[in-house]
Design a protein around this ligand. Structure first.
Ligand SMILES: NC(=O)c1ccc[n+]([C@@H]2O[C@H](COP(=O)([O-])OP(=O)(O)OC[C@H]3O[C@@H](n4cnc5c(N)ncnc54)[C@H](OP(=O)(O)O)[C@@H]3O)[C@@H](O)[C@H]2O)c1
Length: 273
């Protein structure tokens, strides 16, 4: 395997690119884009999947570290998209420990806008917003890994709000955190940027990526209800704690980086009949 032969080469010139979370909402859009760029892809998953043209699957669990050494073996680049609402720091640690023993030349990480601005201090903060603390901790694991790295922070994906709205719309009355705003972004656009960064030079923390418009939580929900021709009262609920206060102050937004193009309404028009 040769390693750094430039970005124009085809997969026989490169080692595979490992995509953790390559089965997830974001990762499964990253994988075909890497294939379109002519790269061989290895996907890490906790369950077995059928291989495809230029795509192999390896079984491993980043929470326990099981199978991770085999997953990183020979991978020239790692795109770390695996994540859950808790414990992303530990997953990043297990990945980095294994990757440090290989010749990985670029580790790319997807984090969230506001990871460094949402204070997670009290029990209430941790219960509702612990995700942001774990993303920041995982960012630090990546930055301190000794591997060349790139981290992109994105705002919440349209898909996440769609899932949330679908669940909330089952309730007769929908509670919505008062004063919270969001800037949803198209997952495919984040995937495209991640691939661009992956095939580029390690760049450290790159500028945030935010969706084209900022909406109140109630506005997002109303957009969904309109698209589904449903009617539900939305009741504002004031959340306690410092993290919630930071949210009300817009710490999760990147209005100066509203680089996303597809709006929530356009997304809904395609996805919700
Ligand atoms: N969703 C958003 O709005 C948003 C916004 C900004 C940043 N992000 C970040 O983007 C990344 C991807 O988010 P997503 O929405 O695509 O997540 P997702 O749809 O929930 O997918 C999660 C992925 O992580 C993998 N995974 C989870 N636990 C794992 C473990 N212990 N070991 C190995 N793999 C594991 C899953 O693989 P298997 O189930 O196949 O094992 C799955 O592919 C996350 O890091 C998230 O924090 C998300």
């Amino acid at each position: 395997m040769s390693t750094t032969t430039g970005t124009g080469g085809r997969d026989h010139e490169h080692g595979p690119i490992l995509v953790t979370g390559g089965t997830g909402t974001l990762g499964r859009l990253v994988v075909p884009r890497l294939r379109d760029a002519g790269r061989k892809v290895r996907v890490l998953s906790r369950s077995s999947r059928e291989a495809g043209e230029g795509i192999e699957f390896v079984i491993g669990d980043l929470a326990t570290g099981e199978g991770i050494e085999a997953a990183v073996e020979g991978a020239e680049i790692i795109v770390h998209c695996a994540g859950t609402s808790k414990g992303d720091e530990d997953k990043a640690l297990n990945l980095v420990r294994a990757a440090s023993r290989t010749r990985t030349r670029h580790l790319v990480y997807i984090s969230v806008v506001g990871a460094d601005r949402i204070p997670v201090v009290s029990g209430a903060d941790r219960a509702m917003f612990g995700y942001f603390a774990s993303k920041l901790a995982a960012e630090r694991v990546v930055a301190d890994s000794g591997l060349p790295w790139t981290t992109l922070r994105a705002t919440q994906f349209h898909d996440l709000f769609l899932m949330t709205a679908q669940q909330m719309a089952r309730l007769p009355v929908i509670p919505a955190p008062a004063g919270f705003q969001f800037q949803p972004i198209d997952t495919g656009e984040v995937a495209a940027r991640l691939v661009e960064l992956t095939l580029g030079t390690p760049a450290g923390l790159v500028p945030d990526m935010g969706g084209p418009q900022v909406y109140g939580m109630a506005g997002l929900l109303r957009g969904y209800l309109r698209a589904r021709r449903k009617h539900r009262p939305i009741v504002p609920v004031r959340l306690p704690g410092k993290a919630a206060r930071a949210f009300r102050a817009g710490a999760n937004l990147a209005p100066e980086r509203a680089v996303g193009r597809r709006t929530w309404e356009e997304f809904l028009a395609e996805r919700v009949s």
